[in-house]
Design a protein around this ligand. Structure first.
Ligand code: SF4
Length: 342
């Protein structure tokens, strides 16, 4: 049994952005993917994947015994023609050797690069979906089409039924929805005026609030600020792919630079992404066809961190505080009403 193994144990957004690479490799043969439990959830139902192998580097499987069990599971499927290191740690590199894959391919900038048989240039100027996609090519590939680097997710019938049920109690399943994703794991990446924006949107649309259990406090602020019946509460109660389905049904989403932005790219939902301490030039901007990016253009301190610190190191947090609700509302109007070609 041959084929490819993609090793991607990074953040959820990175996992979603790896789906174009997986699709490219699937055109050549079977593809297995090694992913964390949350990554595996995102990749469920993906027709380009033969098997998802779970690797919980923080849980039971993070122990030496667990690691060995994972390796044994992978080796039972060998020989792989190649392992693709979409996550570049030394540990992943080591894991790729132990799998017995004949080739180990990763970025020339990765920590584990000394363990690779082939190094691919990491091109900082490209979107990360394109960088990951380029791992499939030994030479410089032709520039990809938009479709080739569009990430994809595959909600199930059950996910669709969950969202049908969530939308129906309001008796307004056909009412247009705008989604808001106010959360982020990093404090400085959370735009602070979602409540104000939600009140404005609710004049014309239902507001769907998206997020995990960690986002419940801000979500409740939004929900309590809106008249009942104007809001769809999708926070902390939906599976990842059900959240993607809900985002997919929205006319547009307003999101921070966080995972929902990538869910929206995968579902093709018009996206307004708000960037504070980070910038889209890092390669993680929205990929939906209709999109806009909000960011403070006049700060020398920006970007200040690859991920975004929990607190502003300068204390003023101007990168987010000065992105006013008026500014964000006007960008959202543009996303919702693209100019008509003449
Ligand atoms: S230092 Fe600048 S970019 Fe970083 S959080 Fe503060 S205001 Fe934002």
């Amino acid at each position: 049994m041959s084929g490819s193994l993609v090793i991607q144990t990074s953040f959820l957004g990175d996992v979603i952005l790896t789906t174009p690479l997986i699709a490219e490799l699937a055109r050549r043969g079977p593809v297995d993917v090694l992913a964390t439990p949350i990554g595996a959830t995102a990749l469920a139902n993906n027709p380009d994947i033969r098997t998802i192998i779970r690797y919980d580097k923080r849980g039971t499987y993070g122990s030496a015994l667990g690691l060995w069990q994972t390796i044994k599971e992978i080796r039972s499927r060998r020989p792989y023609d190649a392992a693709y290191l979409a996550q570049g740690s030394f540990r992943s590199g080591l894991l790729s050797i132990l799998t017995g894959a004949r080739e180990r391919i990763g970025f020339a900038s990765s920590t584990g690069r000394v363990l690779y048989t082939r190094q691919i240039p990491y091109r900082p100027e490209k979107h990360h979906a394109e960088r990951l996609w380029s791992l499939a090519f030994s030479d410089c590939a032709d520039p990809p089409t938009r479709e080739q680097i569009r990430p994809r997710l595959y909600p199930s019938d059950e996910d669709r039924a969950t969202i049908d049920a969530l939308l129906r109690p309001g008796g307004a399943s056909d009412e247009p929805i705008v989604a808001l994703a106010p959360g982020s794991a990093w404090g400085t990446k959370r735009w602070p005026y979602y409540v104000d924006l939600a009140r404005r949107i609710a004049d014309d649309f239902r507001v769907a609030v998206i997020g995990s259990k960690a986002d419940l406090p801000i979500a409740h602020e939004i929900i309590e600020a809106l008249p009942p019946g104007c809001v769809v509460d999708g926070v902390g109660r939906l599976s990842l792919l059900a959240s993607a389905e809900l985002i997919g049904r929205a006319l547009a989403i307003v999101t921070n630079d966080s995972a929902p932005q990538h869910l929206a790219s995968a579902m093709g939902t018009p996206t307004l992404a708000i960037f504070g301490p980070t910038v889209p030039e890092f390669g993680f901007g929205p990929l939906a066809e209709r999109k806009a990016v909000a960011g403070h253009g006049g700060l020398t301190c920006r970007p200040c961190d690859r991920h975004g610190p929990q607190r502003c190191p300068l204390g003023h947090w101007r990168c987010m505080r000065e992105l006013t609700p008026d500014y964000i509302s006007s960008l959202l109007t543009e996303v919702l009403n693209p100019p008509v070609p003449v």
